[in-house]
Design a protein around this ligand. Structure first.
Ligand code: CP3
Length: 344
């Protein structure tokens, strides 16, 4: 048996149903862990941490040492791609990301693929380092944001409530907006290709804001670009599984699963288990979908909710995860309860 076949994550992603689902958590490294906060203070800025292979590797491994997840996820951020394209990106403590917004086709001259790998190559070194220090049963996940979600930050200049600027561009000048999406498709393919060459064994595409679009726009700006990224990566790395996460897509999860070409799908918190079993898990492995706030609340309800999810998905391939990232106020002990419950 090759070593990869012994990794529970890879077994499930190839379609096996395991008696106990493997698990990892979105945003498993981060501010809820005291050892992260300590290292983060040492590194200076968040980007300094992302571009320091030694520290980024250490941060990646921190949650694994505590909880023994079945996968490590590269410590980085989806906004490294706009940074690599030459956009100004800053992370202000407590305020989230701030970018110099690009709002129209004429402004696209400010960014390009030239020099991309040079600007982000510390990330590839981080992947190599993590791969060299992982326990043999643990899989390494590389990732990127999907073009639509990354574009929302690039156009809005940060997080958004209503997505007015990005939608105005996408709806009002789709040909121009397509140029931004095309550049993101190309850079994401290159970026993920290099992560695989450096040692990533699984890829995840985060489309956190997929759920804000009406169907035709969802097909054009979520499904179509994802399809192109997945097809190009499949050509280069046919055996590397790709997990898609079209958060908030509701009933459009079906079209995404049927058409995007991904190997597995990550489910958000609002996704009903019965519906997902019938329409999604029947087609491919699923990942999810505990509400991260159960990890803040803890107690008996947390354990009951873990059991409900495990039981619900037990008839097919399932990776246990959250429906969104770990929240900053999560008591680390509650993650311990989760890890023990899943291993029991
Ligand atoms: O999951 C992991 O442990 C790997 C690391 C990871 C981070 N961000 C680290 C991070 C991953 C996979 C991401 C993905 C990401 N980043 C997404 C998609 C998933 C999701 O949450 O929807 C998005 C939308 C972003 C953009 C982003 N990065 C925002 C909105 C923020 C600010 C909000 C916040 O939580 O601070 C970040 C910063 C960020 N990315 C932090 C971490 C640990 C906090 C930075 C800090 O230490 O101050």
């Amino acid at each position: 048996m090759s070593s990869s076949e012994t990794k529970p994550m890879l077994r499930v992603l190839r379609g096996e149903t395991l008696a106990r689902p493997p698990f990892w958590l979105m945003r498993q490294a981060g501010r809820y862990l005291p050892e992260y906060r300590e290292l983060r203070a040492e590194a200076g800025g968040f980007l300094d941490l992302c571009f320091n292979p030694k520290l980024a590797c250490e941060v990646t491994l921190q949650p694994l040492r505590r909880y023994g997840m079945d996968a490590a996820i590269l410590f980085s951020d989806i906004l490294i791609v706009p940074y690599g394209l030459g956009q100004k990106v800053a992370f202000q403590q407590g305020e989230g990301p701030v970018l110099e917004p690009i709002r129209a086709t004429e402004e696209l001259g400010r960014i390009s693929l030239e020099g991309f790998h040079k600007r982000v190559e510390a990330v590839y070194e981080t992947v190599e380092r993590i791969q060299a220090s992982l326990p043999p049963e643990t899989a390494l996940i590389g990732f990127a944001g999907s073009p639509w979600t990354v574009a929302t930050y690039m156009v809005e200049g940060g997080g958004s409530k209503e997505y007015v600027a990005v939608k105005k561009w996408a709806y009002g000048d789709p040909e121009g907006f397509q140029k931004l999406i095309d550049l993101l498709v190309d850079s994401t393919i290159e970026y993920l290709d290099r992560q695989v060459l450096a040692g990533a064994e699984i890829l995840q595409l985060f489309d956190s804001w997929a759920g804000v679009l009406p169907e035709p726009a969802f097909r054009r700006w979520v499904i179509a670009p994802t399809q192109r990224i997945v097809a190009a990566l499949k050509q280069k790395h046919p055996t590397v599984p790709i997990i898609g996460f079209p958060k908030g897509a509701g009933a459009l999860y079906r079209a995404y699963v049927g058409e995007a070409g991904i190997d597995a799908v990550s489910l958000d918190t609002a996704m009903p288990i019965d519906w997902a079993v019938e329409h999604l898990q029947s087609k491919m492995p699923v990942q999810g979908n505990l509400d991260p706030i159960f990890l803040v609340a803890g107690g008996a309800m947390l354990e009951a909710e873990i059991d409900r999810i495990c039981d619900g998905f037990s008839g097919g391939p399932h990776i246990f995860n959250l429906g969104h990232g770990v929240t900053q106020t999560t008591p680390p002990e509650n993650v311990d309860i989760l890890a023990r419950r899943l291993r029991a």
